[in-house]
Design a protein around this ligand. Structure first.
Ligand code: COA
Length: 170
């Protein structure tokens, strides 16, 4: 089933917030105390921060839709991962999520293809990705695109610190 993928616009802030909260909760919701999770979602994935991301001309976000409903997304923008080799102009793949019922159907790969076509125009840019050290499936997925481990850092949610790998596509 080929579902449509399109670039998100400023008008998509509410839909983007909803899919960001739904997918993060589905993937990592059991990993944190409810209050920590809620504070993290409010800070990062509520409508206001999503609108800021959409308004940033250096960011690019793609939506995967099924019958007009957003069921997955990919968000990219200026690199914020802490790495000594990171340079101005490098891009970070900040989030790539597909709702569970839609996983494993090639939609993630198609979101990646849309993103990489943008990333490499008009010149090939360095890509950084942060991924949870225990998310082996996602690491295998990113390895297919030439992303290799280049470092690590602690990802903080409330009182939790998770080891996060920093991947780079040179
Ligand atoms: C990672 C993700 C976006 C890939 O999208 P997708 O549509 O499932 O991917 P595709 O069908 O194009 O490719 C499947 C590949 O994705 C990878 N993958 C990662 N997490 C997976 C998951 N929970 N379920 C299935 N595949 C997953 C695997 O490498 C799989 O390949 P395999 O056949 O060798 O196992 C999606 O699985 C997802 O949203 N996972 C949960 C959220 C997540 O972990 N996001 C990354 C955070 S850094």
């Amino acid at each position: 089933m080929t579902l449509p993928i399109r670039r998100a616009t400023a008008a998509d802030a509410t839909a983007l917030s909803a899919i960001a909260i739904a997918t993060y909760t589905e993937t990592f919701g059991d990993s944190y105390p409810p209050q920590d999770l809620q504070a993290f979602l409010d800070d990062h994935y509520s409508v206001a921060p999503q609108r800021r991301e959409l308004d940033d001309p250096r960011s690019a976000i793609w939506l995967l839709e099924d019958a007009g409903h957003v069921v997955g997304y990919l968000a990219a923008g200026p690199n914020g991962l802490p790495h000594a080799d990171a340079r101005e102009g490098d891009i970070e793949l900040k989030r790539l999520y597909v709702l569970a019922p839609y996983q494993g159907g090639g939609h993630g790969a198609r979101l990646m293809d849309a993103f990489l076509a943008w990333l490499d125009q008009p010149r090939r840019r360095t890509l950084w990705v942060g991924v949870w050290s225990e998310n082996v499936g996602a690491q295998r997925f990113y390895a297919r695109y030439g992303c290799q481990q280049a470092g690590h850092y602690d990802f903080v949610v409330g009182d939790s610190r998770d080891l996060e790998f920093i991947l780079r596509r040179p």
